[in-house]
Design a protein around this ligand. Structure first.
Ligand code: PLP
Length: 296
C-alpha cells in the first residue's frame, strides 16, 4: 500500500513564526536553498510527549547555520518553544521533529547576501522502532564509494543539506544491492560513519568509535558514550582503518532516527550483535523516556 506523500499529511507546520496549514507550507521554486543547498536542518525525536535533548539540537541548528554563513532570526529559546507547541498542536506523543532553515528567493545566484533566512518546523508521527529481538538480528551495510569530505573542502561539521548529496547516492547504491545502508570512509580512507548515523565497534569488551573530526559528533553518539561510561565500559575514540573491521565482534549504529541499531555485516566483514549492543540499546531506550517526577 502506498503511504501518504509527505506534502499531504495533516495538521500544521510552524513557518517563520506562524502555524500554517500543512498543505500551505510552501516555498517558491526559485529558492536559494533548493538551487544552492543553503539549508541546514535537524532531526529530533519526541518520546512520551517530550523532545529528547531538544535544546542541544536547536543549538546545533544555530551552529550549522553559522557554519553556512547565516543567522537564524529566531533564538534557541524561540525555536525550542515552537517545537514544543507544535508537538502539542499535532497531538503526538512519539514523533519525529524536523526543523529546517534556508536562504529564500530574494536573490538568485551564488551570492545570496540579501536573501531572507527562513525557518520552519514539521512534526510527524514516528513511533520508536523498538522490537529488541528483531533489532538484534542486525542490519547489513555495504561499503560506500563516496567519502566524507575533508573539512577544507566543505563545512563538514554542519548538518547541512548539501552534505547529504553523497549520503543519498551511497544509500541508494547500497539499497540497489540489497543492503540497508552503507558505511562511509573519510577522505583519508578512515572509517567515518553511515549515511545518517554514527558507528561503534566492540572488541574484548571495549568500545571503539572513530574520532568525529570531519563528520557529525551525533547527539545520540554522545549519549551512548555517556551510557557506556555509566556501565564502566572503556571507550576508545580513535582512527579506525577499514581492515580493522575483521577484528571486531560487534558493531552498531547510533542516531536520532536509528537510535541504537546493531549491525551484522559491513561489506565482507561479519559481526554478531551481542551483549554490549543489547545493553546499550536498552539503556538508550530507557534514557530517552521523559524523566517525570513522581506525582505523590
Ligand atoms: C550523517 C549523520 N551522521 C550522524 C548522525 C547522528 O546524529 P544524531 O545522533 O545527532 O541524530 C546523523 C543523524 O542526524 C546523520 O545524518
Amino acid at each position: 500500500m502506498a503511504s501518504v506523500p509527505f506534502d499531504q499529511l495533516d495538521g500544521h507546520i510552524w513557518m517563520n513564526g506562524e502555524f500554517v496549514k500543512w498543505a500551505d507550507a510552501k516555498v517558491h521554486v526559485l529558492t536559494h536553498g533548493l538551487h544552492y543547498a543553503s539549508a541546514v536542518f535537524e532531526g529530533e525525536r519526541a518520546y512520551g510527549g517530550e523532545i529528547f535533548k531538544l535544546t542541544e539540537h536547536t543549538e546545533r541548528l544555530h551552529e550549522s547555520a553559522r557554519l553556512l554563513g547565516f543567522k537564524i532570526p529566531y533564538s534557541v529559546a524561540e525555536i525550542d518553544g515552537a517545537c514544543r507547541e507544535l508537538l502539542v498542536k499535532q497531538g503526538f506523543s512519539d514523533a519525529y521533529v524536523r526543523p529546517i532553515a534556508w536562504r529564500g528567493s530574494e536573490m538568485m545566484g551564488v551570492s545570496a547576501q540579501s536573501n531572507r533566512i527562513n525557518c520552519a518546523i514539521a512534526i510527524w508521527q514516528w513511533p520508536s522502532y523498538f522490537d529488541p529481538e528483531q533489532k538484534l538480528k542486525g542490519i547489513r551495510l555495504d561499503l560506500a564509494e563516496y567519502r566524507r569530505p575533508d573539512p577544507r573542502t566543505a563545512p563538514s561539521k554542519s548538518k547541512a543539506a548539501g552534505l547529504y548529496m553523497i549520503c543519498t547516492l551511497s544509500k541508494h547504491a547500497a539499497e540497489a544491492k540489497g543492503y540497508a545502508d552503507a558505511l562511509m570512509l573519510d577522505w583519508r580512507g578512515q572509517v567515518a560513519e553511515a549515511t545518517g548515523a554514527n558507528v561503534f565497534f566492540v572488541k574484548d569488551g571495549e568500545l571503539h568509535t572513530p574520532t568525529p573530526d570531519c563528520f557529525l559528533d551525533g547527539i545520540t553518539r554522545r549519549t551512548v558514550i555517556e551510557l557506556a561510561r555509566r556501565r564502566g565500559l572503556k571507550i576508545n575514540e580513535r582512527v579506525i582503518m577499514p581492515e580493522e573491521l575483521d577484528g571486531f565482534s560487534e558493531c552498531f549504529l547510533t542516531g536520532t532516527a536509528a537510535e541504537v541499531t546493531p549491525v551484522s555485516e559491513v561489506g565482507p566483514y561479519r559481526f554478531t550483535p551481542g551483549e554490549i549492543s543489547a545493553t546499550l540499546m536498552n539503556d538508550y531506550a530507557a534514557e530517552v523516556q521523559p524523566k517525570r517526577v513522581a506525582a505523590e
